[in-house]
Each structure stands twice: as C-alpha cells, then as structure tokens.
Design a protein around this ligand. Structure first.
Ligand code: NI
Length: 431
C-alpha cells in the first residue's frame, strides 16, 4: 500500500478534555505527530502570558493543534457522501489542520513585535525546509509539502479546502474558543459545535451553513466577541506581555551596548540581529526563555533584573485607562516626570492598545478582505449572515479599541510623600 493510504493496524486515540477523543487512523498523521517540530509545540503555551491572569491557562499549542485536526476530521467525515466534495483532498486537509500553527514561537505575540518576526513565515519554513515534518510530507508525494504550505498560506487553488482551516467560521477558531474557555475556566466561549458541524455544507469554493443552524452560528460569533474582551485582551495579561516585551528589548539594548551579562544571551543573539535561522528559531522555546528570565534576575543592570523579577514573581504593572491620541500633553508631562523620578519611561511608562473586529462582511478592496459566513437557504440561495441575523448585524464591522497605560505603581508608592514629582504624577494618573 502506498504511504499516503497507509492505515495504522489499530486506531490511536488521544484523550482530550474538549473533544473527549482525538482519533488517528492515518499513518501519515501519526508520523507527523511524532516529529521533533510537532512535539516542540508542547513547550509553547497556547495563550502566552494569560496563565498569569487565569491560572488554568497552561495548555499548549500541541493540544490546540490536535483539536483543530479532530474538528476537520469530523467535518470531512460528514462531507464524505456529498457532491462538491473531493475526497482526494482529505489527507491534505488533515495535515494542514494539524500543522497550521507549527511556526509559533515562545510567547509569540511579544517576540514577533520586538524582533519583527512572523510565525507564519516560520510555519512555511518548517513545512518546506530541512525538517522531520518535510521528510514525511515528501514521502506522501513530491509536491505534497508545498500543497500543505499553500493551504495554510491561503493560496491553495481549492478555496473550499482553505476555508476549512481559515475563514470566519473555521476549525481553528472553533477549537481555540472552546479550548481557551475550558482552560481559563470562564463561562464564555461555549457554543453548540456539534450542531454547527451537522449543518455545514461544502459549496464550490467555501463552506456554508444551513439556515437552520443560524442560532448556533450566532452563539459562536458572540462567544468569540466575549472571549476577546474577557480573556484575550484582559488588561492583566497585557501587563505581563508589556513586561515581557520590555525584558526582550532591554536585553537587546544591553547586548548592543556591550554590557557583560552574567548569563550571556546565547540563544537570543540571532534574534537580536533580526535573522534567526530555522534551527536557532526552533531551539528557543518557552522553557529556555523562562530559564534566562530567572537567571537574569541576578544581573547587575537594575532594569533587566527588576523586569525579570516582575515577570517571574508576577509583580505586574498596574494600569489605568489612557488614550494616547487625546492625552498627548499628559503623556509628555508624565514622560518627563518619570525620568525625574528615576524610572526610565521607555521601560516603565507604557501604552498598550488592543482592538478587535468581531465579525466582518465582505468589503472588496478593504484590509484583510475577510470572507463572510454564508447561510444556505431552503431555496438553495446563499445569504450573508449579518443580513439574516440582527444579533450579528449589531456587532459586525465594528472595530473596538481599548487603550491602557501601564506603570509600576509599587515604585511610585515607595517614593517619599514629600516628593513633588510623585505628587504631580499621582495627580495626572488618578486625578
Ligand atoms: Ni490555531
């Protein structure tokens, strides 16, 4: 039997708290799970710094990737006997689902921002470069690795396949919403996925949902909306992220200034230079990163050691509402006052803004050009979701932004009560 069609003699199952079981029968999938690059995802948390806010949120990208695979497996199972569905694409869909987040690095968000990296870029490199994953994909067919890379990159010609992995109602989102809700313990994020899977239908170039499933889809959209504001953009999580970014920034500056580290940042050097090779990128996971942070608590540099201590021991920055666009004068005054108080404002006075677009209908030519969710009416006509659902209509296309100012309030409080600088800072911050 050719490798592509090989089945395991017995089905393997992974216990999963969200989907109960993840089923694997294909030899290719089993082999991919066993690669070093896929196993590495165990050492990258799905939600970055969120565990400092929600202590349960320690789940990894490994968990999530298996979950996305399982959802796609079930969707395809339902598609089996339908016209419009090319069963030849099955293995491709499963591989793309399993491998879609392969390039995520430690604390992706902050790392990407500070070092100007792109995890999607690394996903492509892992799929196409000299890796264990690539060796397995090549065994399926010479072009297979490229096809998987194209599906994940959304450039694959069969858009129906692409929409299973990335669209506004795809397996990726359906998994992370439920998984993140489960592990954070919040009561948002739940929706009836079984129902949605039952009413999904393959159309020429997209997955659509039967109109009778509209309320389940509404629930899914609202749960996404709530998860963003209650979990993903939680201000405490962002505080930890701010500190993390500043640690990376400080280490880079010190290195460039020729500072002598007690623990030299060997694993970070290529990141500081902005060009890590694939091997260097894969070598830096969260365990390694946290090891450095813990060691750097002993560094002579007071900023680096303080920031690392804050991260490791969870002494986070406090936050207040602050809009940098309308409060420019306050910002400039605070900047000067912080310098005067001996708190380097580049590290201790930080504005963070988060924004989300909960659901968007198609507006050609606009940023992102998100594909809309289409409902299939009994007449076989397609209608865009927000035209049928008032609930979705009320939040669609509406971008909401939240600005916060982060500061080490403990350090300000330590200052003498008689300090005029302190008095003025407190006045601006708290009125
Ligand atoms: Ni994902």
């Amino acid at each position: 039997m050719v490798y592509r069609d090989e089945k395991l003699s017995e089905e393997k199952v992974f216990k999963d708290p969200v989907h109960r079981y993840v089923h694997v029968r294909d030899r290719v999938i089993w082999d991919l799970i066993g690669t070093a690059e896929f196993q590495r995802l165990r050492r990258i948390k799905q939600l970055g710094t969120s565990y400092l806010t929600f202590h349960g949120a320690e789940h990894s990208r490994f968990n999530h990737s298996l979950g996305v695979y399982e959802i796609v497996r079930r969707i395809i199972e339902n598609f089996k006997d339908r016209d419009n569905w090319d069963h030849e694409e099955r293995l491709l869909c499963l591989c793309a689902a399993l491998l879609h987040d392969l390039g995520h690095g430690p604390f992706s968000h902050s790392f990407e921002k500070v070092f100007k990296l792109d995890h999607e870029d690394f996903t492509q490199q892992i799929l196409l470069g000299d890796t264990e994953v690539n060796a397995i994909l090549k065994k399926v067919a010479p072009d297979f690795a490229k096809d998987v890379a194209d599906v994940i990159n959304k450039t694959y010609e069969n858009k129906l396949v692409v929409s299973l992995i990335s669209s506004q109602i795809d397996a990726d989102r359906m998994d992370y919403l439920q998984r993140d809700a489960y592990f954070t313990g919040v009561s948002y994020g739940h929706f009836d996925m079984e129902r949605i899977l039952r009413v999904m239908r393959p159309m020429e170039d997209q997955v659509v949902v039967k109109e009778s499933g509209m309320h389940a889809v509404e629930d899914y959209i609202m749960s996404r909306y709530q998860m963003y504001w209650q979990v993903y953009f939680h201000p405490v999580t962002r505080s930890a992220e701010v500190i993390l970014s500043k640690i990376l920034h400080r280490a880079k500056v010190l290195y460039e200034e020729g500072y002598t580290f007690k623990l030299k940042p060997i694993h970070f050097l290529s990141f500081f230079a902005g060009q890590p090779t694939l091997k260097e990128y894969l070598a830096l996971d969260e365990a390694v990163t946290l090891y450095y942070f813990q060691m750097w608590m002993q560094e002579e540099d007071p900023i680096l050691s303080d920031l690392c201590d804050r991260f490791v021991n969870r002494r986070l920055f406090k936050y207040i509402e602050f809009n940098p666009n309308s409060q420019m004068n306050e910002w400039m005054e605070l900047y000067k006052l912080f310098s005067k108080a001996g708190l380097d404002p580049d590290y201790y006075l930080v504005v963070d803004s988060s924004s989300d677009l909960p659901y968007d209908f198609y507006r050609p030519g606009e940023e992102g050009e998100r594909l809309p969710i289409h409902l299939l009416q009994p007449s076989q006509e397609l209608k865009e979701l927000s035209r049928l659902s008032e609930i979705v209509e009320s939040i669609s296309g509406k971008k909401r932004t939240d600005h916060k100012l982060y500061i080490p309030l403990d350090r300000l409080e330590e200052m003498s009560q008689r300090s005029k600088t302190k008095k003025r800072i407190m006045e601006i911050l708290y009125g």
